[in-house]
Write a protein that binds this ligand. Structure first.
Ligand code: CP
Ligand code: NVA
Length: 305
């Protein structure tokens, strides 16, 4: 049996992702959890800070009858040079699944390749698949499952959150226009591959043209974790990519505003948009819990087969 991990959305078929999303909606509506995680333990390795990912995975495991443990990287021997491989082999003897948030994507891949238990990507410099899956759940709740009819505009840094959104658009088939300043576009490899399966993925330099008639406006911070040295240049470069009322007026009147959070209010988004009637950001944050509970259920079931 091949072990199932959750490192990138492109490892999954559309029908499986939709199944996990539908299950997450059921769980949100109060459906009883399966007890697949009863007595199981999820180890969560964090080499970067987190509010949502940490707390939502912890609560998801509790709801499934299991437990989660926070492993800050400084407290692990990883910080003293123990290899990812040896860490993966050791943790696999104690716990039933591992979630990792780290810098280098190749470390998450190496962990998954060496661990004998399922590994979940809780954000790397390249991807944030749990975020994108929860985001699609939010889009489906607000706009339905007819992906071909949905147009998302992503404005700002072509970062990990954006790359995973591009992957989601590729696999699931919704329209996605990405508008980033030159030099800050999403991964060229990912764009090329996903455009190959969904011609509705478009790059548009002008943010005003990008949001035209869109159902969703999505943005993320201009300075991601690990990009702090470029803060000054990024703030200047991105200044015309702020999501504000003037930009949002180009979208459909019933557009929803999305942000993975945390937000830097006054930079990539104004308070007016964050707190406005079209904002879905806290529903989006809540959905991280339901989608991860559904994902854990799925992974524990699949890996038992
Ligand atoms: N969106 C997200 O992953 O938030 P945290 O960094 O708080 O986990
Ligand atoms: N792009 C952001 C997302 C945080 C959830 C970062 O990597 O810092």
């Amino acid at each position: 049996m091949t072990k199932k991990d959750f490192i990138t959305l492109t490892d999954y078929k559309a029908e499986t992702l939709v199944k996990i999303i539908r299950r997450a909606i059921e769980l949100k509506q109060g459906s009883t959890s399966c007890r697949e995680a009863g007595g199981k333990v999820l180890a969560m390795i964090f080499t970067k800070p987190s509010t949502r990912t940490n707390v939502s995975f912890f609560v998801a495991m509790q709801r499934l009858g299991g437990q989660a443990m926070y492993l800050g990287s400084e407290a692990l021997q990883l910080s003293r040079g123990e290899t990812i491989g040896d860490t993966a082999k050791t943790l696999s003897r104690y716990v039933d699944a591992v979630m990792i948030r780290t810098f280098s994507h190749s470390d998450a891949v190496a962990l998954a390749e060496t661990a004998s238990v399922p590994v979940i990507n809780g954000l790397t410099d390249l991807l944030h698949p749990c975020q994108a899956l929860g985001d699609v759940m939010t889009i489906c709740e607000k706009k339905g499952f007819d992906f071909e009819k949905i147009k998302v505009a992503y404005i700002g840094d072509g970062n990990n959150v954006c790359n995973s959104l591009v992957n989601a658009a590729g696999v699931l088939g919704f329209g996605l226009t990405v508008s980033s300043p030159e030099g800050f576009e999403p991964s060229g490899d990912i764009i090329e591959k996903m455009q190959g399966i969904n011609s509705g993925i478009v790059i548009e330099k002008d943010p005003r043209a990008a949001v035209q008639e869109s159902d969703v406006i999505y943005t993320d911070v201009w300075v991601s974790m690990g990009d702090e040295e470029e803060e000054e240049v990024r703030k200047k470069t991105f200044s015309t990519y702020q999501v504000n009322s003037s930009l949002a007026s180009k979208a459909k009147t019933d557009f929803i505003f999305m942000h993975c959070l945390p937000a830097n209010r006054g930079e990539e988004v104004t308070d007016e948009i964050m707190d406005g009637n079209n904002s879905a950001v806290f529903d989006q944050a809540e959905n991280r819990l339901h989608i991860q509970q559904a994902l854990l259920e799925y992974l524990f079931k699949e890996n038992k087969k």
